[in-house]
Ligand binder design. Structure first.
Ligand code: GUN
Length: 284
């Protein structure tokens, strides 16, 4: 029987820690606000944005909501980002992705002041992460490191295989595992013999966006399995990139879907909002 890594409990623990720190800052007269920008009304994005605002409320961070229409122009959104950059009350800026097709996402992310880049997507944040300097860490991969650490799973010296090379998950995940002294391999759609590479993994992180793609034939006995995917199956039930029923008996530890990696992203966003104060905060 594998250890089931409880992302819901660990994220609740982190949010409670953040809440306590935020309360202390408030006593010192320091308020933290997060700007949450959503362009258009994509239903999945609306759910994420609502959950982020709820988490802010829970930990005591003010969320300043900007819900702008689908036909907002690139220039208008750049102006809004600039307004948030200049507002001393706002310590974090989150532009929910994906943006509508007519927009240049990279240009928008680049416009966010790196001091307020709580998503950790700005090239300055990515660069700092790669060279091991202080800065914001991308929330989902940082959350996965916390899941491992708080489940007493050591990374040092382990064979870590990351399946998927997105800028949001795969690439930063590989870097953070490397920072923890793992031996890291990144796999992607052109990887030859994916199964053989996955079977080497002591820690296998799967972020490929294909429901139940990884079954027991990809997994070494006793491996730790982290499933970043989230999908609805034919019965409208949530499932991940990993076939949980097949893989769980072979793993030593595994994240469920839902309740594994998912809740960690928002917890780490709250942590980053708090960090914004420590990293770059002048009193407001
Ligand atoms: N869309 C999907 N995941 C994320 C995320 O972590 N941050 C933002 N801004 N958009 C997303």
């Amino acid at each position: 029987m594998a250890q089931i890594i409880d992302g819901k409990a660990i994220s609740a623990q982190i949010k409670d820690e953040v809440k306590e720190e935020v309360a202390k800052l408030k006593e010192q007269g320091c308020e933290i606000a997060l700007a949450v920008i959503q362009v258009g009304s994509d239903p999945a994005s609306s759910v994420y944005v609502r959950n982020k605002k709820r988490a802010c409320e829970y930990v005591g961070i003010e969320s300043v909501s900007y819900e702008v229409s689908e036909d907002t122009t690139q220039e208008e959104l750049l102006e809004l980002v600039e307004k948030c950059n200049k507002d001393p009350k706002i310590r974090g800026i989150l532009v929910q992705l994906p943006l509508p097709k007519h927009m240049d996402e990279d240009e928008i992310l680049l416009a966010i002041d790196p001091k307020k880049d709580v998503d950790g997507f700005h090239p300055v944040s990515v660069g700092n992460m790669v060279i091991g300097e202080d800065g914001f860490l991308s929330c989902t991969p940082a959350g996965i490191i916390q899941l491992l650490k708080r489940s007493n799973i050591s990374i040092e010296g382990k064979e870590c295989v990351v399946v998927g090379r997105s800028n949001i998950v795969g690439k930063p995940m590989a870097m953070l595992l490397l920072r923890e002294n793992g031996t890291v391999t990144i796999c992607h759609s052109r990887t030859k013999d994916l199964k053989e590479v996955c079977k080497r993994a002591d820690i296998l992180v799967v972020a490929i966006g294909k429901p139940k793609f990884i079954d027991d034939s990809y997994v070494k006995d006793g491996a730790v399995i982290i499933d970043v995917g989230i999908h609805r199956n034919e019965n409208n039930k949530l499932c991940g990139d990993v076939d949980f029923e097949k893989v769980e008996p072979k793993a030593s530890a595994i994240t469920p879907v839902p309740g594994g990696v998912g809740p960690m992203t928002i917890a780490m966003l709250m942590q980053n909002c708090l960090e914004s104060n420590k990293l770059f905060g002048e009193k407001n």
